[in-house]
Design a protein around this ligand. Structure first.
Ligand code: AHR
Length: 508
């Protein structure tokens, strides 16, 4: 018997915000230099922006891009990256022990974002930085003119303000690896005073406070409570960060990573709701899941990771965190992204970390080609077809036991798009042997037609896309059979991630 997925018109979770499909570019490794920016590359424009890379970013329909970090931002003075390039200082970057030339700074990022249609999400330095420097940054970016920093921007060739809307108040300040890491109460006070100044300069901006950097820190989730109790009224979102790894070596545990993300979001929304009640507030705190991805540190101790090869310190754009993604990683990412959609009533922003070269869906050769990594595809499906209203549904899905406890073997999300009058249904089958028959039962949607099926399946779990074989892992479009159309029943292959598109007649 097929598993029935029951949908009812009008029964939806929330609007999926476009900002759920953001990503992240940090001054780290080759994300900026030889990633998005490489003057002299045959595909670079007059600004040095790589057009081959930009066209893949546009294919992904990335909404926001978080910049300039990440750990990098906690030692970064934004004023190093403005004005004439030849006068900018070359600095030591404490986060990644690299050399930062500052050829690419906030003005270049703004230009790049405008040219390629992404919305900037910028971060201020809460490590070595001060509340006043954060205020100056907002002034430089968002004040029209007539003050020192806004006029400086004009002198730098930007007559109109950048009008940055989304601002992260620091990055992972709970992490002992962070430059000038703080205790929860210290960060909370500093973030509050910084947020006040930033809002005085521009009351329209939306601020994101640092939440837990991972669930494995001993401060989780107490950090989030302490921070929220102090900054609640000043911020719109609290951040969550989490990277997923195959810790146990068991495929089912890794594929079940979505449960970990789900639990994380539950914990943080519950903590936020506790604080809301305590403060007698009427506002719901939203979540910005602004770092998530698969990152296989391969058991390397976290701190050692940052203090890399002692013979390779302080070079410009060293190849760091250049993970080559597998077919299995793509399946895991599909499951994680379904979880984000299913929580879209509280998760209003998210950033796949990162975008180019550094744990990223897009990978370049300096001076050479660019390829799509395996994780490019699930991100693209969700980003392109996962906009609209996330539907609630009921399905009685069999479970298996994993490290996360009882884990559903199918992880899915469904989004209704009003303009296209269609439902996109995304589903991961994490069972390693069992194909699963499912049928769509839609109540109140009028005439329904299943018209397209995309499938990522049938590859060795360790298959990767390389410069030699860039299409080793690519999705296929599987023709929808007459029987499937008739019965709205389909077979979801074992170990696959799928997109089904259904045309519907009625309004939601
Ligand atoms: O994305 C890589 C790093 O992971 C980021 O710099 C940091 O915020 C996180 O620890």
């Amino acid at each position: 018997m097929p598993i029935k997925y029951l949908f009812q018109a009008g029964n939806y979770i929330s609007q999926v915000e476009d900002t759920l499909y953001g990503s992240f570019v940090e001054h780290l490794g080759r994300a900026v230099y030889t990633g998005i920016y490489e003057p002299g590359h045959p595909q670079a424009d007059e600004n040095g922006f790589r057009l081959d890379v930009a066209s893949l970013i546009q294919e992904l329909q990335v909404s926001t891009v978080r910049y300039p970090g990440g750990n990098f931002v906690s030692g970064y003075n934004w004023q190093d990256g403005i004005g004439p390039k030849e006068q900018r200082p070359v600095r030591l970057d404490y986060a990644w022990l690299s050399k930062e030339t500052n050829e690419f700074g906030i003005g270049e990022f703004y230009k790049w974002s405008q040219k390629f249609g992404v919305t900037p999400m910028v971060a201020v330095n809460m490590g070595t930085g001060t509340p006043q420097e954060a205020g100056y940054f907002v002034e430089y970016a968002n004040i029209k003119g007539g003050t020192y920093f806004s006029d400086l921007r004009k002198q730098h060739g930007f007559e109109e303000p950048f009008n940055f809307k989304y601002w992260c108040v620091g990055n992972e300040m709970d992490g002992p690896w962070q430059t000038c890491h703080l205790e929860a109460h210290e960060y909370a006070r500093k973030a509050l005073e910084t947020a006040k100044i930033m809002h005085w300069v521009d009351p329209s901006i939306q601020l994101i406070a640092c939440g837990s950097a991972t669930t494995t820190l001993p401060t989780y989730p107490e950090w989030d409570r302490v921070v929220l109790e102090t900054v609640y009224d000043e911020v719109s979102c609290l951040s969550c960060h989490h990277y997923f790894e195959n810790h146990t070596g068991k495929i089912e545990d890794f594929l079940g990573s979505y449960v970990l993300m789900d639990n994380f979001i539950h914990t943080i929304t519950s903590t936020a709701d506790f604080v809301k009640a305590k403060l007698r507030s009427k506002k719901d705190m939203m979540i910005s899941f602004d770092e998530y991805n698969i990152w296989s540190i391969n058991g390397e101790p976290w701190m050692d990771y940052f203090n890399r090869d002692p013979n390779n310190r302080f070079t410009k754009a060293p190849p760091l965190l250049e993970q080559h993604y597998t077919f299995l990683d793509a399946l895991v990412l599909g499951g994680l992204m379904c979880t984000l959609v299913n929580h879209c009533d509280r998760v209003k922003m998210a950033s796949l970390a990162q975008l180019v070269n550094v744990i990223a869906p897009i990978f370049t050769q300096p001076g050479g080609a660019v390829i799509k990594q395996t994780i490019f595809y699930p991100f693209k499906w969700l980003s392109v077809y996962g906009r609209g209203k996330a539907l609630r549904y009921f399905a009685n899905v069999p479970c298996i036991e994993t490290i996360h406890g009882q884990t559903k073997t199918l992880q899915s999300a469904a989004v209704y798009n009003d303009e296209r009058k269609e439902i996109a249904f995304f589903v991961l089958n994490l069972d390693q042997k069992q194909d699963q028959e499912i049928s769509f039962v839609l109540d109140g949607f009028g005439k329904v037609e299943l018209f397209e099926h995309h499938e990522l399946s049938g590859c060795p779990l360790d298959a990767m896309n390389t410069f030699e074989t860039p299409d080793a892992v690519t999705p296929k479009v599987v023709p929808v059979t007459a029987a499937e159309k008739e019965s709205l029943t389909v077979k979801v292959p074992a170990l696959s991630f799928n997109l089904y598109r259904l045309k519907v007649e009625g309004e939601l």
